[in-house]
Design a protein around this ligand. Structure first.
Ligand SMILES: NC(=O)c1ccc[n+]([C@@H]2O[C@H](COP(=O)([O-])OP(=O)(O)OC[C@H]3O[C@@H](n4cnc5c(N)ncnc54)[C@H](OP(=O)(O)O)[C@@H]3O)[C@@H](O)[C@H]2O)c1
Length: 268
């Protein structure tokens, strides 16, 4: 029997790429989007409507999913977005939206699936965290908070689900070329005291994004995670993804100085 795999946020970026690849490999893929009708005709796998910030959408999605399929093998929690901006310049409202999607949306969707996984006595949950779930950089405080929260949450869940044979893993990519920048939101409350630092940081971030890699390595890691019977918890992917968290762990000062030095190169 074909394995059933659910990929949230399969209309774009990592989600779209991995869903296509899994379909090619013979899995039965169910993708989700807030506007599934927009892409369905061009996609070889079924798309269902899901907004992870909307409780009704999650409930009706859950019902529909388990009328389409009798069992689910893997949940890939991929849906999310990036909120950039200095912490103090970000309104609490915008910050909450970031957490509502990246953290609470992912948790709520997982909770919708868990009763089915427990009933089956098997399942696998793979969640898109980020390098920002392991380290924190200026200009992305709320994004980092949302991804750190996911790391903490799923680390605990991994223990709790062991007796039900439900595997829990994370993936922590650095910057990769997807539509994440186009779809990102920006802090709206500008404070003039930060003008110089903000400009420097924007130039540094732009530079980082121009250097971002094609998403192949992330897709490959996700495929390995789907196929591995017993994956471990963390899976950093991309240049510096293991080095930065390790340096931070052993000497926060060294890590901090290296980041400040790289940013200061962009000072005018
Ligand atoms: N690209 C990177 O450099 C990078 C690095 C580390 C981690 N990540 C993480 O990887 C994941 C995928 O990002 P990406 O880079 O592939 O970005 P992307 O191209 O912008 O794709 C984001 C996907 O998330 C979905 N989505 C956004 N908000 C949603 C909501 N409220 N409910 C349901 N679906 C929602 C979008 O679907 P619709 O708009 O169709 O609903 C879209 O399919 C995210 O969790 C991101 O934080 C990305």
């Amino acid at each position: 029997m074909k394995k059933n795999i659910l990929v949230t946020g399969a209309s774009s970026g990592f989600g779209l790429l991995v869903a296509n690849e899994l379909h090619k490999r013979g899995y039965n893929v169910i993708g989700t989007s807030r506007n599934p009708e927009k892409n369905q005709s061009s996609l070889p796998f079924k798309m269902l409507a899901l907004d992870i910030t909307d409780d009704h959408s999650i409930k009706s999605f859950g019902k529909q999913l388990f009328t389409e399929i009798k069992q689910l093998d893997v949940l890939i929690n991929n849906a999310g977005f990036y909120l950039s901006g200095l912490a103090e310049e970000t309104s609490i409202e915008q910050g909450k939206q970031q957490l509502e999607t990246n953290f609470w949306g992912t948790v709520k969707l997982t909770n919708e699936i868990l009763p089915y996984f427990r009933k089956q006595r098997f399942g696998k949950i793979i969640t898109l965290s980020s390098i920002m779930g392991l380290i924190s950089l200026p200009g992305g405080a709320y994004y980092a908070a949302s991804k750190h929260a996911l790391e903490g949450y799923f680390r605990a869940l991994r223990f709790e689900l062991k007796e039900f044979n439900i595997k829990v893993s994370m993936i922590e990519p650095v910057g990769f070329k997807t539509n994440i920048v186009t779809n990102s939101k920006v802090a709206e409350n500008k404070i003039s005291d930060y003008d110089e630092y903000r400009t420097t940081l924007e130039d540094y971030t732009k530079y980082l994004f121009t250097k971002s890699e094609e998403p192949t390595a992330v897709v490959e890691t996700l495929l390995k995670l789907v196929e591995n019977e017993n994956p471990h918890f963390n899976h950093p992917v991309g240049k510096g993804s293991t080095l930065f968290p390790a340096v931070q762990f052993f000497s926060f000062k060294t890590f901090e100085n290296a980041i400040i030095k790289s940013i200061n190169k962009f000072k005018k």
